[in-house]
Write a protein that binds this ligand. Structure first.
Ligand code: SF4
Ligand code: SF4
Length: 189
């Protein structure tokens, strides 16, 4: 016996009640009617919608720092971590005079996520050493053609206006921030 969950099947003849399936039918109807009067587990979507969790993993945002500069340094770690190969980017060197636009000397001149490939696992967010990419509670809108699901920087980078920034504080628990800062220190050694 390999497990304690194996069940011995008796090779016996069926009784009369088993042959006419009556007890099984009655038992089946009991379960059916039991579910009929139970509180519904589903909701009448789209008339009603459920509140999403604070840490729901929806569409991504590329964050800016406190001074409004793009945080992403085009290191590519998110793309490497992505199991769906949904992220592509092109890196560029920051030019003199662009310090107010990009935080690091290297930045992503092109950054794209294919939302049809993405499985919203959040590994890109975990891999990022710059706190640059986060998943948000926003869902991906429906579209009429496939190209529209490839989100570029125009859709991903958050607005520079501090009033319109995307709040990701619920995803930045002290434990996560501590873990990331330790990891970055080790990486920079
Ligand atoms: S959430 Fe997962 S699948 Fe989507 S882009 Fe990030 S790593 Fe890739
Ligand atoms: S989002 Fe983060 S991990 Fe991805 S390229 Fe930019 S800095 Fe690197």
């Amino acid at each position: 016996m390999l497990t304690n969950r194996s069940k011995k099947i008796a090779d016996r003849k069926m009784s009369f009640s088993e042959k006419i399936y009556l007890p099984a039918i009655v038992n089946g109807m009991r379960i059916t009617f039991g579910h009929l009067f139970r509180k519904k587990a589903t909701i009448d979507y789209p008339a009603k919608t459920r509140e999403f969790s604070e840490i729901y993993r929806g569409r991504h945002v590329l964050k800016r720092d406190e001074e409004g500069r793009e945080r992403c340094t085009a290191c590519g770690l998110c793309a490497v971590a992505c199991p769906a190969e949904a992220i592509t980017m092109v890196s560029a060197e920051r030019k003199p005079g662009e310090e107010h636009l990009y935080r690091e000397e290297k930045y992503a001149s092109v950054y794209e996520i294919n939302m049809l490939r993405c499985i919203f696992c959040g590994l890109c967010e975990e891999a990022c050493p710059k706190e640059a990419i986060f998943l948000t509670r926003e869902t991906v809108s429906s579209e009429y053609n496939r190209d529209s699901f490839i989100y570029g920087k125009d859709k991903l980078v958050e607005p520079a206006d501090p009033e319109r920034r995307i709040d990701v504080s619920k995803r930045q628990t002290p434990e996560v921030l501590e873990f990331k800062s330790d990891r970055t220190k080790k990486h920079n050694k």
